[in-house]
Design a protein around this ligand. Sequence first.
Ligand SMILES: [Fe+2]
Length: 396
Amino acid sequence: MRYELRGEVPRKRHTVARQNGTLLTEEVMGYEGFSGNESILYHLQTPCRVKELGEFTPIRREEWVPDAHAWHLMDTAGVAPEGDVIDGRRLLMWNNDVEIAICRPEREQEAFYRNGEGDEVIFVHEGTGELETTFGTLPYREHDYIVIPRGTVYRFRPEGQQLYLTFHTPGEIETPKRYRNRYGQLLEGAPFSHRDIHAPTELETHRERGEFELIVRVRDGFQRYVLDYHPLDVVGWDGYVYPYTFNINDFEPITGRIHQPPPVHQTFQGPNFVICSFCPRMLDFDQNSVPIPYNHSNLQSEEMIYYVSGEFGSRKGIDVGSITLHPSGLPHGPQPGLAEKSIGQTWTSELAVMCDTFRPLRLSALSRELDDGKYALSWYEANAEADSPAGVTSHF
Ligand SMILES: [Fe+2]
């Protein structure tokens, strides 16, 4: 992250700041106590001010434990619209490091929301709009990753149909450490640069009074509060913590003469997991290269891939909105015949988001509903022939 400033802040930290004679309330929002990145915000009201304590609703997760340990293919395309961008998130899989959900909201958020126990990444599969946030307005568009640090009050203002793949982590979402120099600047060799990261544009200071509902995720549940003022009352802020967008199409794919491993697609890191972007690109260009992956035993990780657009014809059943999950303890790779078929191919148009976790993922009851039930046998030649592949994807 880099330093940003919006609105007005006093020349020195922790000194008198007034607007129209009123002393502003300073709030430091920082990670790792006072040792991590932070921003300082100046509010019209104290951010502690609540008029009413509402109900607490615990998060309930219904787990599906499959009868057999195996590979999975799910289809999310038919998931019905439900709720808003917060309560409409339908959990697919989770562990103690990350929760992955699909969200096709059917209505706009009314209440403001703050995640008090985790960072969020929201991949916008469909839709455009704006986030109203404590840090200002953050426009978003199709195929943006929206990264929202914990503690940010926000409300989506969507335009058109919306579909998101969402990630919540109790840890921090960061750019991969190996992409940064010792000062934090993204390196020349990184697949994206600071110009691709977009902070909030305008800071609008709200002065409205009335009743405003705020939902805060804390202690594995949602706590409701009622405020008597508009929570987006920031006059100015500066620092290194703020929500931002990064569009997946701004990821510059790294290719090679022979096949590059999945870490070249890494976009974000969290505790014990990564998020990667598979983007349209040239395939491996050695005349003897096999441009799809070798089988691999990801001995310590689970691989979840969400297919966004492009040609995924590596086997029947992979389509927009499909998810594959290749769990730890098992090797995985292309279906029979595909390595042969891939030789000489030079381009892939696929677009996909992958989340690899070091620790096992638990599956939800929704995953059971979406599971095709037969993917695990798709490497078995007899079945593979029946499912004759139509094309090639560059990964599996
Ligand atoms: Fe893989």
